[in-house]
Design a protein around this ligand. Structure first.
Ligand SMILES: Cc1cc2nc3c(=O)[nH]c(=O)nc-3n(C[C@H](O)[C@H](O)[C@H](O)COP(=O)(O)O)c2cc1C
Length: 293
């Protein structure tokens, strides 16, 4: 609960401290610890055979965090549906006891419980009204979510609860974009993604098995991380740019999607969409798998 943010602008906060660039970090803190732990002196190294490359290597190497989305381009419904099915869909199921169901996904999950649900900010998918949704694995379907906060406007850093007695209304694409930017704590380059996925575990599903258990919360975090990597690979395979961030405004997301924070709360936001034609924000593509195209 202490790690949850509300109305935080991450890049602005880092810039205020002069920590928004490697130059600033190096100036203030010197070099980071090396990329790998040091070798013990004289220890022999066992060289491994050089692996043969195949198509899977090409896919793995093409995954690069996208910070340059085309803010106009949309995704065909079939492509979106395929990424959802491969990442969050039910590939099979088991029934250990009557009323107790576990689902098989393409990512592992502690206790096979898969407590993580995917909520969506859909900005540009052909044939799908822009808005907030919840993905249902059982039916491979979306449930529209009526936003539980007032429609944000560009420049807002946080959300406001709906005024008493006011019913939720559908948002304009500008409000949705403003909300996406709040979701990713002011990182506008991620807010331009066609689709943003909010991964939020239902803690009580996991805590049913891992009771008063030192690893229970850790398992939820790891589950979300696995799903994010699977989503990134599926999006890359579809020719789209993926991202993940843990710099998110959890409290604003809970408020908008109507989550009760001790029952369900976001751990990360990942997403995907068509890349822009030009590189403006930096991406880490040292082997030129993505840029220049
Ligand atoms: C848990 C996690 C949180 C991240 N948060 C951010 C973030 O807040 N902003 C950002 O620009 N990138 C974020 N990233 C992306 C990393 O910066 C990126 O993975 C890293 O630079 C390596 O580049 P690559 O993903 O292209 O290999 C995050 C990645 C992970 C795994």
């Amino acid at each position: 609960m202490a790690a949850r943010w509300e109305a935080i602008d991450g890049p602005a906060g880092m810039a205020e401290q002069g920590l928004d660039s490697n130059e600033g970090l190096l100036r203030q803190h010197g070099l980071p610890p090396p990329a790998e732990g040091p070798l013990p002196e004289g220890a022999p190294l066992h060289a491994l055979p050089r692996p043969a490359r195949d198509a899977f290597d090409a896919l793995l190497d093409a995954r690069t965090t996208c910070r340059n989305y085309d803010p106009q381009a949309s995704i065909p419904l079939e492509v979106f549906s395929g990424i959802m099915a491969r990442t969050f869909g039910r590939r099979g199921s088991g029934r250990p006891a009557p009323g107790f169901e576990v689902i098989k996904r393409t990512s592992p999950s502690g206790g096979a419980l898969h407590p993580v649900e995917c909520f969506l900010i859909v900005q540009r998918v052909q044939g799908l009204a822009p808005g907030l949704y919840r993905y249902r694995a059982a039916e491979h379907a979306l449930l529209a979510v009526a936003p539980q906060v007032a429609a944000p406007v560009a420049g807002d850093v946080g959300t406001r609860a709906l005024p008493a007695g006011e019913a939720a209304t559908a948002w304009s694409s500008e409000s949705l974009r403003a909300f996406a930017q709040i979701a990713v704590a002011g990182q506008g380059f991620f807010a331009d993604a066609a689709v943003l996925c909010v991964l939020a575990p239902r803690f009580h599903r996991n805590f049913w098995k891992y009771r008063n258990h030192a690893k229970a919360y850790r398992v939820c975090i790891l589950d979300a991380g696995h799903l994010s990597q699977t989503l990134q690979l599926c999006a890359t395979q579809a020719g789209l740019g993926p991202f993940v961030t843990s710099a998110i405004n959890e409290v604003d997301l809970e408020r908008a999607f109507g989550m009760t924070h001790y029952e369900q709360s976001p751990l990360l936001v990942c997403g995907f969409g068509p890349r822009a034609g030009t590189l403006v924000e930096s991406e880490f593509d040292p082997n030129r798998r993505v840029w220049p195209r």
